[in-house]
Design a protein. Structure first.
Lengths: 158, 259
């Protein structure tokens, strides 16, 4: 009898743990915008918790080697953030990533931290971004490839 | 001063020795492998002072009234995306708008000979803009490109006053729709960076060179000044050329012939 009660308690605890886990997973994904490439991935270039706390440090270190030493291959690239986390509206126009309902903008608004990156940097992917193979595949899946190619050909910056 | 130099040399002597031994061994063992690695990793390794990028402008081939190089520069670097603040007079905006290249007309008053040439950042070996910058935002890359690190620029514009070539511009208003390859924002100084994104991605020309060639003028040559085999070095050996304001002994990376 005691054994059965113990088993029931274990099962209940297990169920509770699973529910908490799924809630946490939802929580982690809270700001990842549906339809972006990032939505289909389990984590960013580093584990989610690390990215949340340290992303500004990662990109700050990389920007020094990019601007001063011409190294363009690092994995903490701001244009990488934009390429992966961008979402598109019904007309397939890219929505600026710093808008309050988009990936960067939403979290920065929640955390009440000023977001200055996009005062200077492009907030949508454009002709200047060499897309990675995975990003191209994601864009094809979202049906926006032709539009991006036509922008590249016309040299449009936005 | 000499003693200091001696001490530094002594200090790094051992390191140099190991480096040279390792380098000699590697070079003897697999030169072909090394060459391939260097080509593939050009984007992943820091730029070195083995190259010095420069331009040679043949003013005899530069046509008066042609602005192909300026238009291409503005398009390549997103300068054509600037919009005047609301209500500003057109004449004022023309003076405020950032441009990286200008066309200059020189006239010899005695003979009446007119020379037309593009003027931009001369990529000095000893840049005055770098000397006066209070934050280290004006800097020279190892490959000779003089640039502004906008993360550090506070917009004081000392460099604009120090530059003998009037090559630098200031961004006066907020920007929208920037190019990914050329970030730009209110309150920073900027100037020609020899299409640095093209350098880092291994392309072999600049926007102005391509545009000039497309017009059929071929007045601008881009290349490595340190490589004696490069076209720019070979042409510099043949053509008489000058630095603008050579009296300042800045050793510019942009040279002009026919002036």
């Amino acid at each position: 009898m005691a054994n059965a009660a113990f088993t029931a308690r274990c099962v209940a605890a297990g169920l509770l743990w699973m529910i908490i886990q799924s809630v946490q997973a939802d929580d982690v994904k809270r700001y990842v915008v549906e339809g972006s490439r990032a939505a289909g991935l389990s984590a960013c270039v580093e584990p989610t918790e690390l990215m949340r706390r340290q992303h500004m440090t990662f990109i700050k270190h990389q920007r020094i080697s990019t601007v001063h030493e011409g190294v363009r291959t690092g994995k903490y690239s701001l244009s990488g953030c934009v390429a992966c986390h961008i979402s598109y509206d019904a007309q397939q126009n890219a929505r600026p990533i710093n808008q309050p309902d988009q990936f960067c903008g939403a979290c920065h608004a929640y955390a009440a931290v000023n977001l200055n990156c996009f005062d200077c940097h492009a907030s949508v992917p454009n002709a200047g971004t060499p897309l990675t193979a995975t990003a191209i595949a994601a864009h094809q899946k979202a049906g926006v490839t032709e539009r991006i190619q036509s922008q590249t050909a016309a040299g449009e910056g936005h | 001063m000499k003693d200091d130099h001696q001490a530094i040399t002594d200090g790094i002597d051992q390191g140099r020795r190991y480096f040279l031994i390792a380098g000699a061994t590697a070079a003897a063992v697999a030169p072909a492998v090394l060459l391939q690695t260097v080509t593939a990793a050009s984007q992943a390794t820091p730029v070195t002072s083995d190259v010095r990028w420069g331009l040679l402008i043949d003013t005899a081939k530069c046509m008066e009234g042609c602005t192909a190089c300026i238009d291409a520069c503005c398009h390549e670097n997103g300068l054509d995306l600037q919009r005047p603040p609301g209500g500003e007079a057109t004449s004022k905006w023309a003076g405020q708008q950032a441009v990286w290249m200008r066309k200059i007309k020189l006239q010899d008053n005695q003979t009446g000979r007119v020379t037309s040439l593009p003027m931009m950042c001369q990529h000095c070996e000893e840049p005055p803009c770098m000397d006066v910058c209070p934050t280290g935002a004006s800097f020279k890359r190892a490959d000779g490109i003089v640039m502004v690190d906008r993360h550090l620029c506070i917009g004081c514009r000392y460099c604009m006053m120090a530059c003998p070539y009037k090559a630098r511009s200031f961004i006066h208003q907020e920007m929208h729709g920037q190019l990914t390859r050329v970030p730009r924002g209110k309150g920073c100084v900027e100037s020609c960076n020899l299409c640095v994104h093209r350098r880092d991605h291994g392309e072999d020309s600049t926007a102005c060179v391509d545009a000039c060639a497309a017009e059929g003028h071929h007045a601008i040559i881009f290349g490595d000044l340190k490589n004696p085999e490069s076209r720019i070095s070979q042409t510099l050996r043949e053509l008489p050329s000058r630095q603008i304001r050579e009296d300042l002994t800045l050793n510019t990376g942009v040279r002009y012939s026919g002036v």
